[in-house]
Each structure stands twice: as C-alpha cells, then as structure tokens.
Design a protein around this ligand. Structure first.
Ligand SMILES: NC(=O)c1ccc[n+]([C@@H]2O[C@H](COP(=O)([O-])OP(=O)(O)OC[C@H]3O[C@@H](n4cnc5c(N)ncnc54)[C@H](O)[C@@H]3O)[C@@H](O)[C@H]2O)c1
Length: 275
C-alpha cells in the first residue's frame, strides 16, 4: 500500500499540493471544511479522523493565526505523535504557531509556490522548537516530490522569496507613484530583464557573471539612498487591480503563467537535474 499523507485546506494552494502528492504516488487524504472546495477534489472529506494513518500532513488553510491554530489542533488530535505536520503559511512565524502545539518538535514550515504541482520551489522553515529529525524528514519529502528545498535558517517574516519580492514590489510602486513610468512599462522592463535571468541565476550568481560584487557596489552606492524605504504599503495598493482587464483576459494571463511555469521547470530540470 502506498504511503498515506494528508492535505488540510483545499484552496488554490492546497489543491495543487494534493495533486503533487498524488502525482508522486502517495495516497492522499484531502480535508476541507467547505463543501464547495471539497467538491473540486475527488474523495475529499470534512472528517479530520481520516488523517489518523498519515505519516506527513500539510496544513494549507486560510492565512489567519486563529484559523491555522484551529486546523492544527484538529490535525494533532487524530495523528500519531511521530507524524510530521508542515504549515504552508506565507508569513505567520513558525515559532508562534509552534508554541501551542502538543508536540512542537515535529512541526515545520513548508512554503510552496503556485502552481504547487509543478514548481520546484520550496522553502523549509524551522521554528525555535523544530527538531533536526523533522527538518530532515521534510527535506527528504520535498525531494521525493521533485522540489528543490531551500532551508530558511531563521524564522524571519516573509522568509526568503517574499522578503525579496516585497522589496521589489515596494520599489515598483514607488516608481509608479512618482510618475517615472506606468505599470505596463514597469512590468515589461522587469519581465525582459529580471524575468530573464531570475529563472536561471539567483541575484548572487547574476552579480558574479556580470561584473562581480565590487562593480555592483559602485553602481548601487549612489542609487541606494534614493530607493524607497516606506514602512507601510503605498495607498495605490488600495485599488483592486493595476491593469484594467476583462475576466477572459485575466484567465488568459493565468493560463499563460501555468504554461510558462511548466516550461521553465522543465528547463531548470534540464540545466540542474533532479533535485
Ligand atoms: N495563494 C498563494 O499564492 C500562496 C502561495 C504560498 C503559500 N500560500 C499560503 O497557503 C495557505 C492557503 O492559501 P490559499 O491561497 O490556498 O487559500 P484559500 O483561501 O484559497 O484556501 C484556504 C482553504 O482552507 C479551508 N479552511 C479554512 N479553515 C479550515 C479548517 N479549520 N479546516 C479545514 N479547512 C479549512 C477553506 O475552506 C479554504 O478552502 C495560506 O496560508 C497562504 O498564505 C498561498
């Protein structure tokens, strides 16, 4: 019989996570409290007791401390003490969620990226009480799922990629708000430059192959004091969208992104091999 794992929360991310486990031969118990969400995943249940035989459970419920606590408590009440429980939180500190766990050492952060059944991305975050064995189990699981796990050594808000992303979005908003360029122009500039190298190099590899740290330091020195350092989101973010577009167009962008994610992942596999 295949190994049984659990996915709790079948939203955008949870559905992809469940698909990823299935694709890699696991027997998946998929749980959601919403009937509408359960209807989108064959065999899904609202009964947490079905998780009893799972060796690994991923929690991917709504990003809210109280909601996560409630779901995690329900998971803990049915699984064995050795089952690893991983939270797909984007920004809630793992150590904070861990404080209220019955067995905090088996609790770890496991941050997935959309579309979760395709991307190689995975951040693993240790809380203050996560054991080395739990981290090792999560790393092994990540590789079994075709992910390229990145261990985040400090439980810092936003982990690695959201911190870097937020810094970039803040500067993009600043350029928009100060009339340097419109949203369409900024999007095009970013996708044609950063978008090109970021799929193959990280920032450090990119600096190394295009001049090295000293050259970048010289270039950055006069620019850094002019960069945005706002500590609250720009009021421009109160709008619903940056680009006016019909539902049909929005769907096309979503599909384009899915296709692109598939292609880039294949290319990364070709360049870097299986994780
Ligand atoms: N959306 C993204 O791009 C993204 C990326 C990485 C991580 N995340 C994180 O993944 C998690 C889920 O995000 P999402 O976008 O899929 O959210 P979502 O709102 O689409 O889905 C959350 C699901 O959790 C279910 N749920 C809530 N409370 C529950 C409970 N007590 N028991 C069972 N099910 C419950 C809801 O019914 C819903 O189906 C969040 O922590 C989010 O921060 C999201």
């Amino acid at each position: 019989m295949s190994e049984q794992v659990g996915v709790v929360g079948l939203g955008l991310l949870g559905r992809g996570i469940a698909e990823c486990f299935l694709k890699h031969g696991f027997d998946v118990v998929a749980v959601d409290r919403s009937e509408e969400r359960r209807a989108q995943v064959p065999g899904a249940t609202s009964d947490f007791a079905q998780l009893a035989g799972c060796t690994f459970v991923v929690e991917s419920v709504t990003e809210d401390m109280g909601t996560k606590d409630e779901a995690l408590a329900a998971i803990e009440s049915v699984v064995s003490a050795t089952t690893v429980i991983a939270s797909n939180t984007s920004a809630i500190p793992i150590s904070a969620l861990q404080q209220r766990r019955a067995h905090p050492t088996r609790f770890v952060g496991m941050h997935w990226a959309e579309p979760a059944q395709i991307t190689r991305f995975m951040e693993l975050i240790c809380g203050e009480q996560t054991s080395p064995e739990t981290l090792a189990t999560a790393e092994t699981m990540a590789r079994r799922l075709g992910k390229d796990p990145c261990v985040v050594r400090k439980d810092i808000p936003g982990f690695i990629v959201n911190r870097i992303g937020y810094a970039m979005y803040r500067e993009a908003l600043h350029l928009l708000d100060t009339g340097v360029a419109d949203a369409e122009t900024i999007d095009r500039a970013v996708r044609n430059a950063l978008g090109l190298w970021a799929t193959v190099c990280g920032p450090f590899r990119w600096m190394d192959i295009t001049g090295g740290p000293a050259a970048y330091a010289r270039g950055m020195k006069p620019v850094l004091p002019t960069l945005c350092n706002a500590t609250v989101p720009s009021p421009t973010m109160r709008r619903e969208r940056f680009h006016e577009c019909s539902e049909e167009e929005a769907k096309r962008w979503e599909e384009l992104y899915q296709r692109h994610a598939q292609r880039v992942t294949e290319m990364q596999r070709e360049y870097f091999g299986e994780p």
